[in-house]
Design a protein. Sequence first.
Length: 86
Amino acid sequence: MFASPWKDALIVLIIVLLFFGPKRLPALSRAIGESVKEFKGGIAQSSSSEEKSELRSSPSSETVSPENAAGQSAPSSSVTSEHTNV
């Protein structure tokens, strides 16, 4: 590309200024800033809700029945071969 990132930014700014005009530029930058802020808030909210759900479903939070603690396996809730005949 170009030799300097400052030159790149200046060229992009000039093109945006010519395309949108000086009157719409502040409103455009404000809208972009609000969009970025909302996006970051959504990402933070999503990651915090995922962390909460992972904490709830961790194996250490499950209760252990006396049968399972003694080394006996609990009955399986999977479908048996009798019910899979088509």
